[in-house]
Design a protein around this ligand. Sequence first.
Ligand code: CP
Length: 332
Amino acid sequence: MNAADPNEILDDEAALQLDANGNLRHLLTLKGLDRALLTDILDDAEGYLTAPGDLPARSQSLAGRTVGNLFFEPSTRTRASFDLAGKRLGADVLNLDVNTSSRKKGESILDTIYTLQAMHVDIMVVRDASDGVPAYIARHVQPHVSILNAGESDVSHPTQGLLDVLTIRQHKGAFENLTIAIVGDIRHSRVAMSATHALTTLGVGDLRLISPPVLAPDADKVPGAHIVDNLAEGIADADVVMALRIQRERIGNLDGIPGIDEYFANYGVSHDSMKLARPDAIVMHPGPMNRGIEIEGSLADGSQSVITQQVTNGVAVRMAVLDRVGKTMAAR
Ligand code: CP
């Protein structure tokens, strides 16, 4: 864990997540998953969407299986949607409260995992602040157990990447002709990394990652994307604009990070800055939002915003992923 090169971590994780037949066993990163598999997952997720007011889609495809949610970092959307997704597929769902778990008494993460494995928890959904934890666990569990990455440091958030590209596909169709602008703290954002992995595999026309220089990513982590430090230049004629919050919990030293007013003036996604994007551009945000810092509140609530649709899609994507690893398990 905490290896020096996140690209090496991701290459290693990519190799680990498919079984010998190419079926998805773990979901650790979107890097290395091919276009056909990404598209199949998005198609499956579409099948779990129902109209507002209708009952949510359900199946019994995971009946008898147990999903364990292990969130060693805070979460609202990801944790709640994995919980609902598991229940809507008929699984038993265990939400471990890590703050009152024996981790607080010094138990190692592997001993926690082995304990849950001994209770027949078949699918473990893991969020952790350290690089490499989901893959580390995946290397140690029994062959029938699946590990799903629910957010790994600043490295990867694969189900978020899937729900983001599903939302874009619903509004804009094919990716080839799209200009997509992601604005904010790219350097510390696992959301930006997973979106970049998915969008480049799906053949996006122009992906722009916009931030102040101090929050820009290393170029070798985002091949295929354009790194831009000027919002007007980056957002010009964009079809999709995604705002990201500043990940203060991952920034040791805040020196050089612009203050709130300066940041919003120069990098805030607002009604004003959206005038530079295409008139039919959509506005996205993975949440949680800091209104008035990276995004203007009334824009987030306005007609261009698809933020609540991202949340709805999150449940469908997580159902698609859970169902898929459940099928891999059943085929063993
Ligand atoms: N987008 C996202 O991961 O939100 P949560 O931290 O609330 O899960």
